[in-house]
Ligand binder design. Structure first.
Ligand code: COA
Length: 157
């Protein structure tokens, strides 16, 4: 990631908005958050962020590039910024980025509470190779529109 501040903000968002909710201690789904997880340092797994005023990171997601398809992971919007279109802007930015990288299909594992969000953005439940084995999650996919020249809405962190 680009700066220590970005890295800290991304870790904080993931912990607060994903791991605290979906992988909490004292549940069968407990997963301790690992700031040094190998997936984050592996090649072709860029982390993207959206900033608010003052350069604060308000939303983040990772794109795991796998040739003609890519997996969107760890989508999180700050609690104070929820419901204001940032999630949509983040995902549209990711789609534009994927299109520019010749990715044809995007895949993700949706938590039940977020399924409606993804449906709203044109995603549909669909099997994809090596989707999550977590029975709570819903495999979803979306075809990527052809790349257009235009403003990028996300930047690599
Ligand atoms: C899910 C999440 C990313 C949505 O981000 P957001 O910034 O609040 O979403 P937006 O404001 O951009 O909403 C985009 C559209 O989706 C809809 N939407 C948002 N959350 C929704 C939900 N949980 N169910 C159904 N629709 C939803 C909005 O109404 C909006 O529709 P509109 O554009 O027609 O008005 C955010 O709530 C979040 O970070 N949640 C916690 C982490 C999480 O669950 N991540 C996903 C794990 S798979």
């Amino acid at each position: 990631m680009r700066s220590p501040e970005d890295r800290d903000a991304v870790h904080a968002l993931r912990q607060d908005r994903l791991f605290r909710i979906y992988h909490a201690p004292d549940t069968p789904w407990f997963v301790p958050y690992d700031r040094a997880h190998p997936d984050d340092v592996a090649p072709r797994k860029p982390v993207y962020v959206l900033e608010g005023g003052g350069g604060h990171v308000l939303a983040t997601a990772r794109l795991d590039l796998r040739g003609s398809h890519a997996v969107v992971r760890l989508v999180a919007v700050a609690a104070e910024a929820e419901g204001r279109g940032l999630g949509r802007a983040l995902m549209e930015g990711l789609e534009a980025e994927a299109a520019s990288l010749d990715v044809r299909r995007l895949c993700l594992n949706a938590q039940g509470a977020a399924e409606g969000f993804y449906r709203r953005l044109g995603w549909a439940p669909s099997w994809w190779p090596s989707h999550s084995a977590d029975p709570r999650s819903i495999p979803m996919t979306k075809w990527v529109a052809r790349a257009e020249v235009g403003e990028r809405k996300v930047r690599a962190a």
